[in-house]
Ligand binder design. Sequence first.
Ligand code: FMN
Length: 357
Amino acid sequence: MTGENAFKLGLFGANADGGLAATTVPERWAARWPDIAEVARIADEAGLDFFLPIARWKGFGGTTNARGHSFETLTLAAALAAVTRRMAIFATVHAPFVHPVFAAKALATIDHVANGRSGLNIVCGWNEPEFALFGIPPVEQPYSLGREWYDVLAGILTGQGTFDHDGSHFRLRDVEGRPLALQRPRPLVMSAAFSPAGRDFAARTSDILLTTFVELDDARRTIADVTARAQAVGRSLDVYTACHVVCRQSQAEAEDYYDRFAVREVDKEAVERHMAMKRATSGSHDPAAYRLHAKRFAAGAGTYPLVGTPATIAGRIVAMRQAGFAGTALSFVDYLGELPFFVDEVLPLLREAGVRP
Ligand SMILES: Cc1cc2nc3c(=O)[nH]c(=O)nc-3n(C[C@H](O)[C@H](O)[C@H](O)COP(=O)(O)O)c2cc1C
């Protein structure tokens, strides 16, 4: 993540069944450990920059119960750290469900296994059945909890010495944790959000904000807004986004497959439930996205489509870079079946375009 690539690329969601898609096609991602390990190794050897899991505790119903099977991300990161060599390995952690003292020690452990490649993606929770699963009510001010959670974690990882924390969400005595992470001052921190409050949280805590967009014009406004919020508190951060990929030799082939898995063979009930829950309790997307782009939710949980030939997709990535994004996380229907073609065909074009020397 500190290397020379001007635009970072990573895998997103490969720890969950279906990845980010809600589809019934037989090749839908089963998220088996040997396949996840293999796709991570391929990405690592190809020079991709990071592996980012989603944090999910319940599926979305329908015929597939999309994302009902998902590996826990701290333990998965420790395992992936041992089978990769270069890329950053993120864990996506729910601040309301995982204690920050535990998270700090887990992250330090991963950082040692990974020789300094661990990353943390903080999510503050939006999914009501998941709160019920943990037996706690949805947090009214998730980012106030998130700030305290981050302060405790960062206090431990930066080695500030034994401290007390007296907040409204945590009251902790003689807080400490060893070992420290190898990365200084602490491992890379990302947070995922779209709302103004989520942007402010990222501005104060994170190195990277992972966010969504509908079209590049609104992305430019989002990036300017996030940048201004960070500057206002004397910090800077990179803005990444997330995309679902269908890359084929011809545009028609790519679009036909997109239509097949996200429309003709969609898990309609799962997508509708996901969208209804998101609309009700999460500000992770521009409200227009639900009305305009149901297909994007079926194909990639509301992320941006990269659908077409290697040249079309490389062109879109260059445009994203020009709009001000510093990276994107990518999902596929069948990560293992599709990533090698992306690596062989799209990465050389990005190299030629100078975004990934
Ligand atoms: C690109 C992206 C990825 C996200 N990934 C997760 C995730 O893996 N697990 C989760 O519970 N929430 C995830 N979220 C939800 C956010 O962490 C947050 O709860 C949601 O966006 C609502 O907050 P907001 O209104 O501040 O955006 C993600 C959000 C975005 C934009």
